[in-house]
Design a protein around this ligand. Structure first.
Ligand code: A2P
Length: 316
């Protein structure tokens, strides 16, 4: 499997299994099946509310000698209610317990958005903490502490803009190793990708297939379905593969890690086999014309009702 290098030489498999939105009951089998197919990178988060199921599947695969801990890469993310510095380590400990692991390969600040510690889903203005009340630099200091304790090998962020990354780079002596962002041909984020590459920050692309299984409330009106885009479909026909494989290999060709979600064995295999597709420069060029700066994961659920967050200050 192709991999992405970290500054200390560690290698992360370039394709990982996305676990957001996986139905309870289906996720356990999906993780077990993905391991049989060769997946060795698993992308998790406390906020997906399913780490116990992932943990059981990883544990059972290890017990059956299908994998060893050192063969797999496990990422998780700090929930929005764990941003206060003193809450970072307890949040990580809960994730480690749920995943039945004693360390993570990678821990990310999930969103540049903070809630009060007792809030799981904010409903009113008082449920949030603003970034003045819970500064990202303090949260980052908590992440650095987790790394120093050896509980996580690598640390990074997710959904961070250039502006927010720059502030961390200037003020902290440890630069994030990863920025996990939404990325696909409708949202190529060229400037952000360029900025991360020039600062040695690895990118992991989430929602590479357009996350069609998001709940209705998270969808925009009349959003365009990436997997049904005519150019993507035409290119897929040419390479005798599926549109999903074209979208995944588009990331691979750019040397960007990608975490497609599936709980279906055929599609898990399809996605993993995308490494065998080699899109020509010309077809990469055609795919790059699709960019419309469109976010499927827009963050609108963090705004309104007196929230201190706006789309402008989240994506600044
Ligand atoms: P399923 O889990 O039933 O396979 P994203 O990774 O962008 O969040 O997209 C996940 C969505 O894409 C899910 O609805 C998932 O459905 C679907 N999906 C995953 N792999 C494929 C594939 N190879 N072809 C078509 N749809 C796919």
């Amino acid at each position: 499997m192709l991999s992405i290098n970290y500054r200390n030489g560690d290698k992360m498999p370039i394709i990982g299994l996305g676990t957001w939105k996986s139905e309870p009951g289906e996720l356990y089998s999906a993780v077990r099946e993905s391991i049989r197919l060769g997946y060795r990178h698993f992308d998790c988060a406390a906020q997906y509310d399913n780490e116990v199921e992932v943990g059981k599947a990883l544990h059972d695969s290890m017990k059956n000698d299908e994998i060893k801990r050192e063969d797999i890469w496990v990422t998780s993310k700090l929930p929005n209610n764990g941003h206060l510095r003193e809450d970072v380590l307890p949040s990580l400990s809960k994730t480690l317990t749920d995943l039945k692991l004693d360390y993570l390969n990678l821990y990310l600040i999930h969103w540049p958005v903070a809630y009060k510690p007792e809030i799981n889903w904010p409903e009113k203005s008082g449920d949030y903490l603003s970034l003045e009340e819970a500064p990202l630099l303090e949260t980052w200091a908590g992440m650095i502490e987790c790394r120093k304790l050896g509980l996580v090998k690598h640390i990074g962020v997710s959904n961070f803009s250039i502006n927010k990354l720059q502030k961390l780079i200037i003020s902290s002596d440890f630069i994030p190793e990863v920025n996990q962002i939404e990325r696909h041909p409708y949202l190529s984020q060229l400037k952000l990708v360029e900025f991360c590459k020039s600062n040695n920050i690895n990118i992991i692309a989430y929602s590479p297939l357009g996350s069609g299984d998001r709940p209705k409330e998270l969808k925009s009106k009349n959003e365009s379905v990436l997997l049904e885009n005519p150019i993507v479909k035409t290119i897929a026909k040419k390479y005798r593969c599926s549109p999903a494989q074209i979208l995944i290999s588009w990331s691979l060709k750019n040397s960007i890690a990608v975490i497609p979600k599936s709980t279906n064995s055929k599609r898990l295999k399809d996605n993993f086999d995308s490494v065998d597709i080699n899109i020509s420069d010309n077809d990469m060029e055609r795919l790059s014309t699709l960019n419309i700066d469109f976010r499927y994961v827009h963050g609108k659920y963090f705004i309104g009702n007196g929230s201190p967050y706006t789309l402008e200050n989240i994506w600044d």
